[in-house]
Design a protein around this ligand. Structure first.
Ligand code: O7M
Length: 211
């Protein structure tokens, strides 16, 4: 749905299950995010199939963190498979991020949602935000588990760069709080795909965040 701010993190292995969940939730989503579990379990073709079945944008969350050439080799195949966006780590440096951005729309990780993010990533978030401001990606990742950090990131980030926040539900973050803190989109995985009825769970979150 074009006006939705909900992104489904489809972290299951099986192709059939993935397609069922995506189809039953699609009307409440802005996009579907695929990560390594689904790509390892179902192959890269899952990206093409998800796009055909749902008509939604697909975000390939590979968190690319390699030298420019390797990032480029991976990203070119993934964009070729139909991914609309790729997620890359910023801490590897601007050359590695640029290699991805030259090929397609990119989202840069500037902070993460788990407790361990405070060890190494959070201390360099300011510099990662500066990098995003310099390069102008589609968006950045900030933690819904720490709404004050979402607010901080939004305040430092150039207008127009989207703030996308995982960590809602099982990790303890609240969708409403993340949006109130300035998030443009929220990412939800287990609270939807582990639910008895993923369609209903997606609808509930969609309605909670006001569509
Ligand atoms: O809702 P969950 O906890 O089941 O899933 C969250 C999804 O968001 C899952 O796919 C994670 O890999 C991803 N994610 C985080 O949980 N925390 C982060 O800091 C970053 C991401 C992410 O999407 O990075 C791009």
């Amino acid at each position: 749905m074009g006006n939705s701010r909900l992104i489904l993190a489809l972290d299951v292995y099986e192709l059939k299950k993935a397609l069922e969940i995506a189809e039953s939730t699609a009307e409440y989503l802005w996009a579907v995010k695929v990560n390594w579990p689904l790509i390892i379990g179902s192959g890269l073709e899952i990206i093409t199939e998800l796009k055909e079945r749902t008509g939604l944008p697909v975000i390939a969350d590979l968190k690319l963190a390699d030298i420019p050439n390797t990032n480029r080799l991976i990203a070119s195949k993934v964009f070729e498979a139909g991914a609309d966006y790729i997620i890359a780590h910023g801490f590897v440096g601007r050359d590695s991020v640029k290699a991805v951005m030259e090929l397609g729309k990119t989202i840069i990780v500037v902070e993460m949602s788990h407790p361990g993010a405070e060890e190494f990533i959070q201390p360099v978030t300011d510099r990662l935000i500066e990098l995003a401001n310099e390069l102008g990606p589609f968006g950045v990742i900030a933690p819904a588990t720490r709404p004050e950090r979402v607010r901080y990131t939004r305040s430092k980030l150039m207008p127009g760069i989207k703030v996308i926040t995982p960590g809602v539900g099982v990790q303890g973050g609240s969708a409403r709080e993340a949006l109130n803190a300035g998030a443009d989109y929220i990412i939800v995985g287990r609270a939807i795909y582990e639910s008895e009825n993923p369609g209903k769970a997606a609808k509930r979150i969609y309605e909670e965040i006001g569509g």
